[in-house]
Design a binder for this molecule. Structure first.
Ligand SMILES: [Fe+2]
Length: 241
């Protein structure tokens, strides 16, 4: 049996990542996937990136849209989006506080990846293979999933970006979103992740929601004088802007 820990949309929320670590003991997993968005909205981008760097041999990580924007700023390019000042502050705080070795790591990452385990081909995307910024939800019309399944090179797609956990099998192709480790939108402030089990060609997926030390995130925001709206966002588990 192969076990894969599926994480994504961590958004620098290291207290949430630590809670998952204590809950699942990642050493017991064959692979650890990160669907991107390591950075922005919490104050622990370095700790988050270092956690994956230490697990470099078994982790498969890709960039998300927030990471790509940080790389844009690092290259001296203009940040066109987001437009809201309170969001831009979070990007520029991350840009100023990222350590050089973590900048190098981020810059080395691909926009999508794939691997084979137990004879199953698995693709890892932030959005979809068609569009890195596409958000899929459990309620996305079936015809969209069918089109992706028809054009798919993979038996399993692991995807992030929408921050909504789901598992769907459409025309024999498995679509998994673990939800967001670090920035919840559904009114449940607990962290979200998934476990993918592969045994003799059979695929099983479990989703988890577990509590974590939200107040550690709040402390980090307050210490750095970051917008109060994010304190509320973490406590309520709701997207407020
Ligand atoms: Fe995200």
């Amino acid at each position: 049996m192969k076990k894969i820990l599926v994480l994504g949309d961590i958004h620098a929320n290291y207290p949430a990542l630590k809670a998952i670590q204590n809950y699942v003991r990642p050493n017991r997993y064959d692979r650890i996937i990160n669907t991107g968005d390591f950075t922005v909205y919490s104050t622990f981008p370095n700790e988050t990136i270092q956690w994956f760097r230490k697990k470099n041999k078994k982790s498969i990580c890709i960039l998300g849209n927030t990471d790509k924007r940080i790389i844009r700023i690092l290259k001296g390019k203009k940040l066109k989006r987001p437009k809201k000042e309170e969001k831009r502050v979070m990007y520029f705080w991350t840009f100023k506080n990222l350590l050089p070795e973590n900048v190098s790591y981020l810059k080395s990452l691909p926009k999508h990846s794939d691997f084979t385990i137990g004879n199953i081909r698995i693709g890892v995307f932030h959005g979809t293979f068609d569009d890195e910024d596409e958000s899929l939800f459990p309620g996305t019309p079936e015809r969209r999933f069918r089109k992706l399944a028809k054009d798919s090179l993979y038996q399993v797609h692991i995807m992030g970006h929408s921050h909504v956990p789901y598992y769907k099998i459409v025309d024999g192709v498995h679509f998994i979103n673990p939800g967001s480790v670090g920035r919840m939108f559904d009114g449940d402030p607990r962290t979200s992740f998934a476990v993918l089990n592969i045994s003799a060609g059979k695929i099983g997926v479990e989703h988890f929601r577990i509590p974590y030390q939200v107040e550690e995130v709040i402390k980090g925001l307050k210490k750095n004088n970051l917008p109060d709206i994010y304190t509320k966002m973490y406590r309520t588990g709701k997207k407020l802007n």
